[in-house]
Design a protein around this ligand. Structure first.
Ligand SMILES: Cc1cc2nc3c(=O)[nH]c(=O)nc-3n(C[C@H](O)[C@H](O)[C@H](O)COP(=O)(O)OP(=O)(O)OC[C@H]3O[C@@H](n4cnc5c(N)ncnc54)[C@H](O)[C@@H]3O)c2cc1C
Length: 398
C-alpha cells in the first residue's frame, strides 16, 4: 500500500500533522496502536489560552473544564506568593476529549485513521505495521514519527538527543469543598522532599474536584511515593485538597531536544522529538505548533518537492530556541536545595517583582520573564548562586 504521508501516533502531535497534511491535499494515514484515542490519559490537561486557540478545535472553550487567572507558588518554608493576571491565561481540558477532537478534525480534512495499528519496524523505505493481529508493509513518501515518549521508530532510525526524563503521577480528588475564589488559581509546590528535580501541583477543576500531582527527575525515586507523602503531609493539601482519590495517571516526560528531527523522509514530532517545555513539562502546545509545520512541509514536499529539512529549520526558529533556553532554565531552577528556594522566593516577594511576573509571565515562552527579571532585578537571579549563575548565563547565550 502506498500513501503520501503516514503518521504514527494519534496524540496532539500526530493528529496536528495529519490534519495539516490532509488540509494541504495529501493522502494521509494516521496510525494509533491503542483502541481508544487519548487513553490512558497521561496529562494534567493544563493548557495556555494560546494553545487552546492554536488547536483550532471548534467550540474548544465549551469543553474546557476550568480557567485560571493566576498561580500560587509555595516555596518549601516561606509564605506562598500569589500571581494574578488581568485575564484568564490557562484552561484545563479533558485530554481524552481534546485528543479525540483533534483526530476528528484530521478525519474531516480527509485523513484516514486506524486504531489498533502499531508501527513495528522501519527499514528506511517500508514501514511494517501490525493491524488487528496482522502484519503488513506500507511505503509512505513521508513518514512521521509522533509516537510520544516510546518513539520506537525514531529510536530505530538512530535519532538521539533526549537528555533526561521526568517521572510523573497525578490523582484526581473528589469530595472537596473549595471556595469559588480557589478555582481561579493553579497551585505549585517546590521542595527537595516534595518533588526533587521538578514540582508538585494542585489544579482545581470544580469546587468539588481537583487534580493533584507531581513530577520528579528520573533517578530521584518513585514519583508515586512522593505523591503519597505529599498528600499526607503537605499542610495546604491536607487543608484544602483533602479529598477522595478516584483516579491515578502515570507518565514520563522527555526533556532535551533531538539533535536532528529529519532523516531522509522521516520527520519526528512532539514528545518523540523532545518538543516539551522543560520549565513546565507541557508538551501539547509545542506538539501543535511543530505538528502544523511538519504537516505543511510534508505535503509541500510531495507537491512542490520542498526540502523536508525546512521542517527542522522552521520549528527550531518558531519554538526550538525557546525550548533550548527552557532546558537551561530547568537546570538553573529545579533541583535546588530548600534554603535556596526560600531565599529566591523571599526576593520574589516584592511588589515590583510580582508585577513583572504578572505582566511578563508566559507559560509557553518563559524566557521573556527571565530576561526581564535579569535586566530589572539581577539581584534576584544572582540569589541562585553567583558562580553557578555566571556559568549558566554564559551557557544561555552559547
Ligand atoms: C503526569 C503528566 C502531566 C502532564 N501535564 C501536561 C499539561 O498539563 N499540559 C501539557 O501541555 N502537557 C502535559 N504533559 C505532557 C503531554 O501529555 C505530552 O507532551 C503530549 O501528550 C505530547 O503529545 P504527543 O502527541 O507527542 O504524544 P502522545 O500524546 O504521547 O501521543 C503519542 C501517541 O502515539 C501512540 N503510539 C506510540 N507508539 C506507537 C506505535 N509504534 N504505533 C502506533 N501508535 C503509537 C500512543 O499510543 C499515543 O497515542 C503531561 C505529561 C505527564 C506525564
Amino acid at each position: 500500500m502506498e500513501k503520501d504521508v503516514v503518521v504514527i501516533g494519534g496524540g496532539p502531535a500526530g493528529s496536528s500533522v495529519a490534519r495539516e497534511a490532509a488540509k494541504n491535499g495529501s493522502e494521509v494515514l494516521l496510525l494509533e496502536k491503542n483502541n481508544f484515542i487519548g487513553e490512558p490519559v497521561q496529562c494534567a490537561g493544563l493548557l495556555s489560552k494560546r494553545a487552546i486557540d492554536f488547536s483550532k478545535i471548534d467550540r474548544i472553550r465549551d469543553i474546557a473544564i476550568n480557567s485560571y487567572r493566576g498561580a500560587i507558588f509555595h516555596p518549601p518554608n516561606e509564605d506562598p506568593i500569589k500571581i494574578k493576571a488581568d485575564e484568564k491565561k490557562a484552561f484545563t481540558v479533558d485530554r481524552s476529549i481534546f485528543d479525540r477532537k483533534l483526530v476528528e478534525d484530521a478525519i474531516k480534512e480527509g485523513a484516514e485513521f486506524r486504531v489498533n495499528s502499531s508501527a513495528k519496524k522501519w527499514d528506511g523505505k517500508k514501514l511494517t505495521i501490525r493491524h488487528n493481529g496482522k502484519s503488513k508493509k506500507i511505503e509512505p513518501s513521508v513518514l512521521v514519527s509522533a509516537e510520544g515518549i516510546q518513539r520506537k521508530i525514531a529510536k530505530q532510525a538512530g535519532l538521539k538527543g533526549i537528555k533526561t526524563y521526568l517521572s510523573g503521577v497525578q490523582t484526581t480528588l473528589t469530595n472537596l469543598r473549595l471556595k469559588e475564589e480557589d478555582l481561579n488559581y493553579v497551585e505549585l509546590f517546590l521542595g527537595e522532599n516534595i518533588a526533587p528535580g521538578f514540582f508538585a501541583w494542585a489544579i482545581p477543576l470544580t469546587q468539588n474536584k481537583a487534580r493533584v500531582g507531581l513530577c520528579v527527575k528520573m533517578g530521584e525515586g518513585s514519583a508515586f511515593d512522593y505523591l503519597k507523602s505529599f498528600v499526607k503531609t503537605n499542610p495546604v493539601i491536607k487543608d484544602k485538597y483533602n479529598g477522595k482519590p478516584i483516579k491515578f495517571n502515570f507518565g514520563c516526560i522527555p526533556l532535551g531536544l533531538l539533535d536532528k528531527t529529519v532523516l531522509n523522509n522521516l520527520l519526528v514530532v512532539g514528545d518523540a522529538a523532545g518538543q516539551v517545555k522543560p520549565t513546565s513539562g507541557g508538551g501539547v502546545y509545542p506538539s501543535l505548533v511543530c505538528g502544523k509545520i511538519a504537516g505543511e512541509v510534508a505535503s509541500r514536499n510531495i507537491t512542490n518537492n520542498l526540502d523536508l529539512e525546512v521542517y527542522e529549520e522552521r520549528w527550531r526558529e518558531k519554538i526550538g530556541k525557546e525550548l533550548e533556553i527552557g532546558w537551561k532554565l530547568n537546570k538553573l531552577f529545579f533541583g535546588l536545595q530548600d534554603k535556596k528556594y526560600d531565599r529566591i522566593f523571599d526576593k520574589i516577594n516584592d511588589p515590583e517583582v510580582i508585577k513583572t511576573i504578572e505582566d511578563y509571565g508566559d507559560i509557553d515562552y518563559p524566557s521573556k520573564l527571565f530576561f526581564k527579571l535579569l535586566k530589572n532585578k539581577p539581584s534576584l537571579i544572582k540569589t541562585i548562586g553567583s558562580t553557578y549563575i555566571k556559568q549558566s548565563l554564559k551557557n544561555l547565550f552559547t
